[in-house]
Design a protein around this ligand. Structure first.
Ligand SMILES: Cc1ncc(COP(=O)(O)O)c(C=O)c1O
Length: 393
């Protein structure tokens, strides 16, 4: 059953009876089965420890930390949005100041900046990968409408991000960097600046709701943990502004079961992505993300369409019961919640928003489903060409 929709979680419920049978969902979580989680649930029964940094959370964090190239601490948190906000808070950034972020991201990035008491300043991205890079930010820093104290670069739809380059940027400018790699579980393996990975059910490794922050700075990890637990440190004295944002032992149980299966899940995603890549080689006008399914994997398939074709393609695929999603809408700056937030010129962002589409992808996607998607795209693109010769770029 498709439960992947984030922005409109109940969107498919109404149409379930009439349409669901034939629909190809845009995403299907690859969560562990109940039987895989059961041994961990039994450990919870045994220990009687349900939250507050219990043995399963600690085991989950240390297994996650082992995935990093250098000594790294991992702090699990209730979800990725809160995790980003709490890292910004742990860095002690002055309230009201500007925190840069690409507008080309999921709105959670910008909500986190506001939650941390900062002001989002939306900047553009480079056109090739759709990412904010240190060079892009350095080139527009002079345009900032005030002092910039932080930046959240985003690992675009799970693709790798240059964490070391961002560390160099931080040292050069004094601007604190927190990487939002919400969908980057597979690609992230170093944290010279803090990196957040979401563990939402829609992500490659999910626990339902959850996230972790990886950092090579033990002091930051200690502070962050305290902020997730009422500002407590060694005793029950509250030392700072804080909240409750811990992952429970039940969340960790699912996470441990997901990690046990990760090698297999990853392989299944890779094999599905390879089938997609082969089928898409017949559509030279449609681009997949660079390296996706070859060097790294995510739980979504993102395509870049020729300019001007997005709406036609969406409509044609919908008519054939192929679900699509503009995962990042039109960019944060166009969301009513962020109307009036300061921005730079966002030409590249607006081009991307008008040409990027999420199409169905999941670990057990079948060849027939892939062929239906490719055929639908092919027909729609040809139809567009016939209706508006020369219009697509
Ligand atoms: C780029 C980005 N940042 C942050 C988040 C928020 O993560 P969570 O859903 O765990 O709050 C998401 C979620 O999809 C995301 O895509």
């Amino acid at each position: 059953m498709e439960i992947a929709s984030r922005e409109t979680p109940f969107q498919n419920v109404q149409s379930f009876d009439t349409e669901f049978a034939e629909k190809i969902p845009v995403s299907k979580p690859a969560m562990p089965r109940a039987a895989d989680v059961l041994p961990y649930l039994e450990q919870i029964d045994e220990s009687g420890w349900y939250s507050n940094f219990g043995p399963l959370v600690r085991a989950f964090e240390s297994r996650l930390a082992e995935r990093f190239r250098s000594p790294t601490e991992v702090v699990t948190i209730a979800n990725g949005t809160i995790a980003l906000a709490l890292v910004l808070q742990a860095l002690g950034l002055p309230k009201g100041a500007l925190c840069a972020a690409p507008s080309w991201t999921f709105v959670a990035t910008a909500h986190a900046i506001r939650l941390a008491g900062l002001t989002p300043w939306f900047v553009d991205v480079e056109p090739m990968h759709g990412a904010l890079t240190p060079d892009v930010l350095l080139a527009c820093l002079d345009e900032a409408p005030g002092p910039v104290v932080g930046v959240i670069p985003v690992a675009v739809m799970g693709q790798p991000i240059e964490a070391e380059a961002w560390r160099a940027f931080e040292l050069q400018t004094g601007i604190k960097v927190v990487i939002d790699a919400a969908a980057g579980f597979d690609a992230v393996d170093q944290a010279p600046v803090p990196v957040m990975v979401s563990l939402h059910a829609t992500k490659a490794l999910g626990v339902g709701e959850g996230a972790f922050v990886a950092t090579e700075d033990p002091e930051l990890a200690r502070n962050l943990r305290s902020i997730t637990n009422f500002g407590f440190q060694v005793d029950r004295t509250s030392h700072q502004e804080a909240t409750n944002a811990k992952l429970s032992e039940y969340g960790a149980a699912v996470g441990l079961a997901a990690l046990d299966k990760w090698a297999t899940t990853r392989l299944r995603y890779f094999m599905a992505a390879k089938l997609m890549r082969i089928a898409f080689s017949n559509l030279p006008d449609v681009k997949l993300q660079g390296g996706w399914g070859v060097d790294w994997i995510s739980s979504t398939c993102i395509i870049r369409l020729p300019k001007g074709t997005l709406e036609v393609i969406e409509a044609d695929l919908a008519a054939r019961h192929i679900d699509t999603r503009r995962w990042w809408g039109s960019g944060c700056h166009r969301a009513p919640a962020f109307a009036g937030a300061p921005t730079t010129n966002l030409t590249v962002t607006e081009d991307l928003a008008d040409s990027i589409l999420g199409i169905p992808f999941f670990a057990d996607i079948g060849r027939d489903q892939i062929n239906s998607i490719v055929e639908a795209l092919d027909v729609a693109l040809k139809r567009f060409d016939q209706a508006s010769p020369g219009a697509k770029q």
